[in-house]
Each structure stands twice: as structure tokens, then as C-alpha cells.
Write a protein that binds this ligand. Structure first.
Ligand code: FES
Length: 122
């Protein structure tokens, strides 16, 4: 019999708490959808951070989460679209664009693009 883990998500914006048993190794977002509870997402590919959560307790395997820096993973953030259940987990949805701002906010307005300057010849 396949091992399952109890996954609890506090969907703060919807003021709902949802729990499902997710078979070990299955993607949490996909499993919740299959059990009738679609959670927020966009790319479904570990890139956009729309599905990001803050982990309250437990752990997950998110080796495919290329949209999340190592630092943020260590701080307890996860991407449910590419997170596989490896243990019981309790997590809450992020504030709007929270992870995006944490990762990229400090870079806004500091890019190389300067209107009116000639292009670099690389
Ligand atoms: S839906 Fe885009 S990172 Fe999960």
C-alpha cells in the first residue's frame, strides 16, 4: 500500500483551511486538484511563484523549484506545483507577490536598460 501524508494548507485569502492525504511522491498541487480543491497557480512548472506557501511544519521535496532561491527555500517557502509530499505538512499561502518581491524587489530600477544610450556591442 502506498504511503500517504496529511497535507494541510491555510488558504489565507479565501479564509479556508484544506487538508488532504497525498500519496508520497505526488505533487501536492496536482493531488489537491484531483481531490476537488484547486489552489492558486499559474505556470505549474516551478517558475512563477504563484503557488508559493510558507511552511509552518513538516517538510517537502521541491528539487524542481527553480523559481525559488536557495535562501527562500531555507527560510521555509515552498512551491506547491513542484512540491512532492515526503512527510505531513502544514503551510499557509503567501501574501500577494510576497515571494516575488523578496526575490526580485531589491533589483527593481537597477537594470542596465537606459533609454537613449547606444547598444553595447558584445
Ligand atoms: S504555479 Fe508557477 S511556480 Fe507554481
Amino acid at each position: 500500500m502506498q504511503r500517504k501524508h496529511r497535507i494541510t494548507i491555510h488558504w489565507r485569502q479565501e479564509q479556508r483551511t484544506i487538508s488532504h492525504d497525498v500519496p508520497e511522491g505526488e505533487y501536492i498541487l496536482q493531488s489537491f486538484e484531483a481531490q476537488g480543491d484547486p489552489l492558486p497557480f499559474s505556470c505549474r512548472n516551478g517558475c512563477c511563484t504563484s503557488c508559493a506557501v510558507r511552511v509552518i511544519s513538516g517538510s517537502l521535496d521541491q528539487r524542481e523549484a527553480m523559481g525559488l532561491s536557495r535562501e527562500l527555500r531555507r527560510s521555509g517557502y515552498g512551491l506547491l506545483c513542484v512540491a512532492r509530499a515526503t512527510a505531513d505538512l502544514e503551510a499557509e499561502t503567501q501574501d500577494e507577490d510576497e515571494v516575488y518581491e523578496l526575490q526580485f524587489g531589491r533589483h527593481f530600477g537597477q537594470g542596465r536598460v537606459r533609454p537613449g544610450l547606444p547598444l553595447d556591442e558584445d
